[in-house]
Structures are given as structure tokens and as C-alpha cells.
Design a protein around this ligand. Structure first.
Ligand SMILES: Nc1ncnc2c1ncn2[C@@H]1O[C@H](COP(=O)(O)OP(=O)(O)OP(=O)(O)O)[C@@H](O)[C@H]1O
Length: 263
């Protein structure tokens, strides 16, 4: 399924945050959204998910405006991994993952064995099956993040929208999540993810959208968009993107003066 923003403006009440945004996440593709703090990435995601209405333009799934889609139909197609948040209710991780099945269970039915199996499989696929009996509110930030990803995978969506999915993960879990993202794309999902680490774009993105001041400043492959000049303009610090033959790709690093040089 293809998720698209067409001439989309986003915002809250009387305030416009994003303007004239056009982008597309196609099946079997990862679209990586990069941009400085507060530029409007989460606001764009909430609009793509139909959680807040567009200020202008539209969001479509396979060409159909989602504004006309019932919530349940939308939830069967698109899953969301929000930024790990403070939890209010002490659900177990197994129950959290099972909540991902809500859109697939009949309105008056209880989750059945197949739903439990899907929830368990989602946890196992992220290597966190052992967390199933643990209480969500008692987990570390990284463990919560993995539980939220498992909930979205249990939903068996066609499109996955992930807001900084690796933000609080250690290097091992960060790499495992990015590997999983590659696996999902190989299975034909469309994945949109935001990150503050431009390296992730070189690792998993088919296309990158650079967001600045609410608009899309550049859209293309990581090689095309993540030039030192653009990254410097975006983040306001000098950046180098050397090619590392051992990795077979570029890496992104801030280019601080070497010791001995004072700025
Ligand atoms: N519920 C809200 N009501 C009004 N303004 C909001 C609301 N949520 C966010 N904003 C404002 O919208 C702007 C964009 O916020 P948003 O969270 O979309 O940015 P972001 O790019 O995701 O930032 P970050 O990288 O820090 O997570 C900010 O100026 C923020 O203060």
C-alpha cells in the first residue's frame, strides 16, 4: 500500500506547522524523515495517521483520501510507533503487544489463540519475548520502545510509521531494530521513519526527506540528499560524510576541530 501526502499543510488549531508537503512511502520501501528538533516531524506523522486533520491538502492510501476511511479500516492498514512515552496504566508487555490486534479482532470478540500467537511472534522477532510477563511501567526506556514496536508489528500493517524508533536504544538494540526494518521492507511493507541520526538514512533508507521550517527541503536517495552542505545548513554545524570502504557506505559525523585547534 502506498501512503502519500499531497500538498499537505499540518498544524494545530490556528497554528500552521508544516507547509505544502508532498511525499510518498511505497510498498517495499523505507522513507527516512530527517530534520531538526521542532521542525514538524511528529505533527506530520499525526496528520499522516489521521489523528489530526490536515490544514490543507490530503493524505491518501493507494490514492484514496483517508479522511473518508473509518478508523478501524485505517488501523488495519497503518501502524504507528510513537516516541516512547510515560505509561499511565500498568499493562504487561504481553497485553501491550496484544493491543496491536485490536483492529483485527471482531468488535464484540475477545482475542483468540491466533491473536496471542501474533503478539508473541512480534515480541520474539525483536528478541524481547522474555519481557512478555513484565509490567510496561517498570521497563527501561529502551525496553518500552521495543514493546511499542512489537505492538505495531502485531497489528500486521501494510504501512508502518515510526517516530524515532531507535531514540533510547543501545547500539545492539538499535542495530537489531534497523535490521528488522530492512526485513519488513523486504516483506513488502512501506515504512516511514524519523530519526535524528543521519547514519540511519545511509543504512536503511531508499529515500530521504529532509524537513526544514515545516517544508521538505530535499527528497531523494541518501547519496543525493545527505551532502555535507545540506546537513550543515540543516543542523548548523560542520558535517563530514566520508565513504568507508569496509562498510560499503558513507557515514555522517560532525567535523569538530582536531585537538590543538581552538575554534
Ligand atoms: N499539541 C500541540 N499544540 C500546539 N503546538 C504543538 C503541539 N504539538 C507540537 N506543537 C508545536 O509544533 C511544532 C512542531 O513540533 P513537532 O513535535 O511536530 O516537531 P518534531 O520535528 O517532531 O520535533 P522533535 O525532533 O523535537 O521531536 C513545535 O513548534 C511544537 O511546539
Amino acid at each position: 500500500m502506498t501512503l502519500a501526502a499531497e500538498a499537505l499543510s499540518t498544524g494545530y488549531g490556528g497554528v500552521t506547522v508544516g507547509r505544502d508537503i508532498a511525499l510518498e512511502a511505497r510498498p517495499g520501501e523505507v522513507l527516512c524523515l530527517l530534520g531538526p528538533n521542532g521542525c514538524g516531524k511528529t505533527t506530520l506523522f499525526k496528520t499522516l495517521l489521521g489523528l489530526i486533520p490536515p490544514k490543507a491538502g490530503r493524505v491518501t492510501l493507494d490514492g484514496e483520501d483517508i479522511a473518508r476511511w473509518p478508523r478501524r479500516r485505517l488501523a488495519q492498514a497503518v501502524a504507528y510507533v510513537p516516541q516512547a512515552h510515560a505509561a499511565l496504566f500498568p499493562f504487561t508487555v504481553a497485553d501491550m503487544a496484544l493491543m496491536g490486534r485490536a483492529a483485527r479482532v471482531g468488535l464484540f470478540d475477545r482475542p483468540g489463540p491466533a491473536d496471542r500467537a501474533a503478539a508473541t511472534a512480534a515480541l520474539d522477532s525483536l528478541g524481547v519475548g522474555r519481557l512478555a510477563p513484565r509490567v510496561y511501567t517498570e521497563l527501561s526506556g529502551g525496553e518500552r520502545q521495543l514493546a511499542l514496536i512489537a505492538r505495531a508489528l502485531a497489528q500486521e500493517p501494510k504501512v508502518l510509521v515510526m517516530d524515532e524508533p531507535t531514540a533510547s536504544l543501545d547500539l545492539g538494540n538499535e542495530t537489531r531494530v534497523l535490521e528488522r526494518v530492512r526485513g519488513l521492507k523486504a516483506r513488502g511493507l512501506a515504512v516511514v521513519l524519523s530519526t535524528h541520526d543521519p547514519d540511519h538514512a545511509f543504512l536503511v533508507a531508499d529515500r530521504v526527506a529532509l524537513m526544514a521550517e515545516g517544508g521538505i527541503a530535499a527528497l531523494g536517495t541518501a547519496e543525493e540528499t545527505l551532502t555535507p552542505e545540506r546537513l550543515e545548513a540543516l543542523y548548523g554545524v560542520p558535517v563530514a560524510t566520508p565513504y568507508v570502504p569496509e562498510l560499503g557506505r558513507r557515514i555522517v559525523a560532525p567535523s569538530l576541530p582536531t585537538s590543538g585547534e581552538t575554534p
